[in-house]
Design a protein around this ligand. Structure first.
Ligand code: GUN
Ligand code: ZN
Length: 431
């Protein structure tokens, strides 16, 4: 089996940084070599010509080689919703999003959007994402088929929604259950595909549908669960009207047995003390979606409080409420949200979230999110001088943490030179 060596400045986390000075949390090799064989990393170390003998060497110097980015929450079916003008979440959903998602009932539409979606992820260095598909099962087929074509590790699921949306977007408690079961059988564990049971949120699911979701989770503990939580004041108030017997918003999902270490709760902004405690106790993941939360005026994620409470935290673009597919742009906005809260999020902590942190949130840290022997070879090559103004600023930068901060502050898809998925270079092959 042939081996390939990627030569460059290799950067990977080994643990969560305790702050900007925590050099023990990462490994940084100035002249590093990542050896890849059969889609996996087999060795990482300082480049040695003797060890490189007989291998193909791809020289990425002076660029950085990092683990591919992971996006913990987005809607691939909202690629054409980005930048839709609305005052807040519920208007945005009804005026644009539910209209757009209906198009996925048309023959061929999902395939076209899925192809563009994966191109965009690769262009931005994202190698894994947890995605909502539309209510239509064929949108899930298109999603996983396209991911398989590129051999990408992807998480996805059909949204279940049986009320408070246009008729054409509704399933029923029974059909949502049946379709989800069939999709899990068709996709979960096939290649690199993971299924996420996806009741959209409390507003669009009847108690019967959440009951069906409970059954799905009990029958398929190997699958993820993804839904939305506490994004917007009007959403919270309406959810509590619809589920008056639950203690609070999180309590709705708790009452239907939907919490746990495989549960990804998008937004999780306005949580009370009990909710934060309950999330920590159940190991449920709060997914921070900064560009979306700012764009829709939803609120400021309380990073420090949730972190101190022991809540597992991930980070995501939330396309199309979110305004960029780039995790670099997302980290930039995350920093600003945390600044507005008068809290700290160091560049080390930001890049940790987008790589090893999100991998840990998925429980997939033995496969993705870091560069080490045995991991899947999902990597991104970052050029901190790709943009003229960044090149100028790089002249005054010292140290890799400062460089990462510049990348998140000014970088975008232009900073992404190459992307490897299971050892294959994909970005350079895009049209
Ligand atoms: N809550 C329920 N559905 C959605 C969605 O599609 N986007 C966002 N941002 N919030 C939601
Ligand atoms: Zn969402």
């Amino acid at each position: 089996m042939s081996r390939t060596i990627l030569r460059g400045r290799v950067f990977t986390f080994v643990d969560e940084p305790q702050g900007i000075d925590d050099t023990a949390s990462y490994r940084y090799l100035e002249d590093g070599a990542v050896t890849i064989e059969a889609g996996k990393v087999v060795a990482v170390g300082t480049y040695s010509p003797a060890e490189a003998a007989g291998c193909e060497v791809i020289d990425h110097r002076p660029n950085l080689i990092l683990p591919g980015f992971i996006d913990l929450h987005l809607h691939y079916v909202q690629m054409q919703v980005i930048g839709s003008y609305a005052p807040a979440l519920l208007d945005w959903l009804h005026t644009y999003t539910f209209v757009e998602e209906q198009k996925f009932g048309r023959q061929g539409h999902a395939e076209v959007i899925a192809a563009s979606f994966f191109d965009e992820l690769i262009r931005n260095g994202t190698t894994t994402a947890a995605a909502y598909c539309s209510v239509h099962p064929q949108s899930v087929d298109a999603f996983f088929s396209e991911a398989a074509r590129r051999n990408m590790l992807m998480i996805g699921g059909k949204v279940m929604m049986d009320r408070n949306a246009p008729e054409a977007l509704l399933d029923t408690a029974q059909s949502g259950y049946d379709d989800t079961r069939a999709l899990i059988a068709r996709w979960h564990g096939k290649g690199r595909a993971h299924y996420a049971i996806s009741p959209r949120f409390a507003i669009t699911s009847t108690p019967a549908q959440l009951e069906a979701s409970r059954a799905l989770v009990a029958e398929h503990p190997e699958c993820y669960v993804q839904t939305h939580l506490s994004e917007n004041d009007a959403e919270i108030a309406y959810s509590m009207e619809l589920y008056p017997d639950s203690k609070d918003y999180l309590g709705i999902y708790e009452d239907y047995g939907l919490l746990g270490r495989k549960t990804l709760l998008g937004h999780s902004i306005h949580l009370n003390h009990r909710e934060a405690q309950c999330m920590a106790e159940t190991g449920s993941v709060a997914v921070f979606c900064p560009t979306s939360n700012l764009f829709l005026g939803s609120g400021l994620f309380d990073y420090q409080r949730l972190h101190k409470t022991g809540v597992r935290i991930g980070i995501a673009t939330d396309i199309g409420g979110g305004t960029s597919t780039s995790m670099l742009r997302t980290l930039d906005e995350a920093f600003k949200v945390v600044q507005l809260r008068k809290q700290q999020l160091s560049p080390l902590n930001s890049f940790y979230l987008a790589t090893l942190g999100n991998a840990r949130a998925l429980g997939l840290e033995d496969r993705i999110g870091s560069i080490a022997p045995g991991r899947d070879a999902d990597l991104v090559v970052l050029d901190s001088k790709a943009i003229a103004h960044m090149a100028l600023r790089m002249q005054t930068i010292s140290g890799v943490a400062e460089e990462l901060f510049l990348l998140q502050t000014m970088g975008d898809d232009r900073s992404v030179r190459e992307v490897y998925v299971a050892g294959e270079a994909l970005k350079s092959k895009l049209n």
